[in-house]
Ligand binder design. Structure first.
Ligand code: UD1
Length: 354
């Protein structure tokens, strides 16, 4: 088959890598289109290198913009590529704007569409990713799900059973493969014991009260434990605008966004992780590292019911309470969910042949 993959933003890359490899092993002819949603080298190129993804055949170079602008630009630039290359099937990943934009173009051109990481729902439509997930799933022909809850969501929304394939978590395929190499890439000059923090969601970092409160709370805890914080470009901008970085003491280690392997090494050795990312909730679950998620809900409930994740919402007292618990050795360890075993992409490749 001629298969075209579209990827665009950082969390897409670790999901696409194992699928591209597994389909390549079965002799499918593949094209990779990068939408250019993430364009900075440390948000994109470095992931292609470390994950060993072939260089994109096409880069749509859309860059940043409002959601409408970004989505529309991807659509208009992708359409001629699909018309020219005529793939038998297009693969899209996750829930970013590149995912939805690509899906809509395929639906209109009647090109069969496969969605990897289908069926996840936060039930919170104020999240742009929830809209991307809902709409992508509605127009997909093959829906590859990471966990049973995703199948239930899709069936409830009227997606027919024959389109749904429970394959497990492809992001964990990448983790499983690269974990043995991770510690060799650990960033130098960091303390042994630390809390790892990542925050980038607009609903969090664009809320000046919230981000100020988080930094103040972490400031109090930094007397007991070092804070290691790789900072997303959006978050760095907010820190600058609010002058927040100046108030951080020497026990704060603000880093540039990290490549995959150093970040994985930091997750693996962290005493705890504080995040608002989707993928980090899953990676910490696999690693058995306690994770505190600064959101009211999650589209990845397995990380709570089975894994090491706890939802904190926006309550700073709750955050402190949970940090205290973890530092006193009572953190959640959890277990690894079924089918998070390093072989999800192989199951995807197999299901194409049946
Ligand atoms: C996107 C995804 C989010 C995912 C996140 C991971 C959507 C709706 N959101 O959010 O689900 O968790 O990626 O990082 O698709 N910027 C740079 N360099 C870059 C890319 C972005 O400086 O290479 C800056 C720009 O100022 C831009 C901002 O970051 O406006 C946000 O980028 P954007 O792609 O719009 O969304 P993310 O917040 O990264």
């Amino acid at each position: 088959m001629r298969i075209l993959h579209t990827v665009g933003a950082r969390p897409n890359f670790m999901k696409a890598a194992p699928v591209i490899e597994a389909l390549g092993m079965r002799g499918h002819v593949q094209t990779i289109v990068h939408t250019g949603q993430h364009y900075a080298s440390n948000m994109s190129d470095v992931f292609f290198q470390q994950l060993n993804i072939p260089q994109p055949d096409v880069n749509l170079a859309v860059g940043s913009g409002s959601h409408a602008r970004q989505t529309a630009d991807i659509m208009t630039r992708l359409e001629p590529v699909l018309l020219e290359r005529k793939p038998d099937m297009v693969f899209v990943y996750g829930d970013v704007n590149s995912t939805l934009a690509s899906s809509l173009v395929c639906a209109k051109l009647r090109i069969p569409l496969a969605h990897v990481e289908a069926g996840l729902r936060s039930f919170d439509r104020s999240m742009p990713e929830e809209i991307n997930r809902l709409l992508t799933d509605q127009v997909s022909d093959m829906l590859f799900t990471p966990s049973g809850d995703a199948n239930e969501n899709l069936l409830r929304e009227g997606v027919s059973q024959e389109k749904i394939f429970l394959v497990g978590n492809v992001m964990i395929d990448t983790l499983w493969k690269l974990l043995p190499q991770a510690q060799a890439h650990r960033p130098p000059d960091l303390p042994d014991r630390y809390a790892l923090v990542t925050l980038h969601r607009p609903a969090n970092v664009d809320d000046t009260d919230f981000i100020g409160n988080v930094v103040r709370t972490l400031g109090l805890w930094s007397k007991e434990i070092a804070i290691v914080f790789p900072v997303h470009p959006r978050t760095r901008q907010r820190f600058q605008e609010m002058g927040l970085a100046e108030g951080m003491n020497g026990n704060f280690h603000l880093l540039e966004p990290l490549p995959y392997l150093p970040f994985l090494a930091l997750q693996q050795s962290a005493a705890l992780v504080i995040t608002d990312s989707g993928g980090v909730q899953e990676e910490t679950t696999y690693l058995g590292v306690p994770c505190l998620t600064m959101r009211e809900n999650t589209e990845r409930p397995t990380t709570i019911t089975v894994g090491s994740n706890t939802l904190i919402g926006r309550d700073m007292e709750r955050l402190s309470e949970e940090i205290r618990k973890i530092l006193s050795g009572q953190g959640k360890k959890g277990a690894i969910p079924p089918l998070w075993d390093g072989h999800a992409a192989e199951r995807i490749a197999k299901s194409l042949c049946t």
